[in-house]
Design a protein around this ligand. Structure first.
Ligand code: 0GY
Length: 305
């Protein structure tokens, strides 16, 4: 049988056998940024997608969760599924309450559909501004969506390139909800930590107490890359100061996630066990680790517990 979707040429599959992390995660740790892809035969990829991934099912995600030592997942709608959230909702419904979700919706969505999503465990919507991933959505449409989801207690997750922050500033600061920035706003880690680009991102967080950040994706941001030698468990050194600065400056507004199954990586596929060990480097005390991995995601996604 042929697969229903042919993956993008050069697509890298997720790591087949991630190592066990040395870092023992605190009890109740949440992987607050991960995805499911399809499987395409059951949940077709969206016609408007910019890439076709390998499949990455909910069972495979739950197996990784258990292997790494996480208690819960926050599953973020990936752009390859557009605004068709069926794979995400199916994953949430099969998680026994151990997964919550961030969906992608259009302004045409009805109130009943939003309520159903809430019941399944969706707690946010994602607005994506990364041009290689999505076509442009008008800001008035996004503001309308934000106004619709705010009364549900949901938040907005935003994904953008660092160079675009200044032009998106007014939009972000007008949002009426908590705003979670993916991957620290994708800093260019070759630029200085104290340079104007990253300073603007820190200013956004400092001046707007409703802005949170995921300090995830060192493998995506790194130029120095993964460990050079076998057995070296200290990869992605160039990303470390950026992530550490955000964690130490805003300890109560940071989240972390694996980003499994790691869409669109071209050079290497990370060992998810090594990524977990990286957390210990960016959150260097037990208290910072507990806030990053347990307290903050629980407050945002499971506030009732
Ligand atoms: C990420 C990053 C990427 C992709 C997506 O939804 C997506 O397709 O988020 C990326 O290519 O940088 O957060 O998974």
């Amino acid at each position: 049988m042929t697969a229903p979707f042919e993956r993008t040429p050069g697509w890298l599959d997720w790591h087949p056998s991630p190592s066990k992390p040395d870092f023992k995660l605190p009890p109740g740790a949440v992987d607050a940024h991960c995805h499911v892809f399809g499987p395409g035969a059951e949940f077709p990829y969206a016609p408007e997608r910019k890439y076709t991934p390998c499949d990455a099912s909910k069972q495979q995600l739950f197996a990784l969760r258990d292997h790494l030592g996480f208690a819960r997942n926050v599953v973020v709608q990936a752009t390859c599924h557009g605004a068709d959230n069926r794979a995400l909702i199916d994953c949430l419904r099969h998680s026994q309450g151990r997964a919550r979700g961030v969906a992608t919706v259009r302004r045409s969505i009805g109130d009943a559909a939003l309520r159903d999503m809430h019941q399944a465990g969706v707690r946010g919507v994602r607005f994506n501004f990364v041009k290689r991933l999505v076509d442009f959505t008008p800001k008035d449409e996004l503001l309308e969506i934000a106004g619709r989801i705010a009364p549900l207690g949901w938040h907005v997750v935003v994904y953008f390139e660092a160079a675009d922050l200044s032009s998106l500033w007014d939009f972000f600061t007008a949002l009426p909800t908590i705003v979670v920035v993916d991957h620290m706003g994708r800093p260019d880690v070759r630029k200085p930590l104290d340079g104007p680009e990253f300073a603007l991102f820190l200013k956004l967080m400092r001046e707007h107490g409703n802005v949170w950040s995921k300090v995830s994706c060192p493998e995506r941001l790194s130029v120095s890359g993964p460990p050079a030698r076998d057995g070296e468990r200290r990869p992605y050194r160039d990303v470390l100061p950026f992530a550490r600065r955000v964690v130490e400056t805003f300890p109560d507004r940071v989240l972390w996630g694996t980003d499994w199954p790691h869409p669109n990586l071209k050079d290497h596929m990370p060992d998810d066990g090594l990524l977990v060990d990286f957390v210990r480097e960016i959150a260097t005390t037990a208290e910072l680790q507990r806030k990053l991995l347990v307290d903050n995601p629980m407050r945002l996604y499971w506030p009732e517990e």
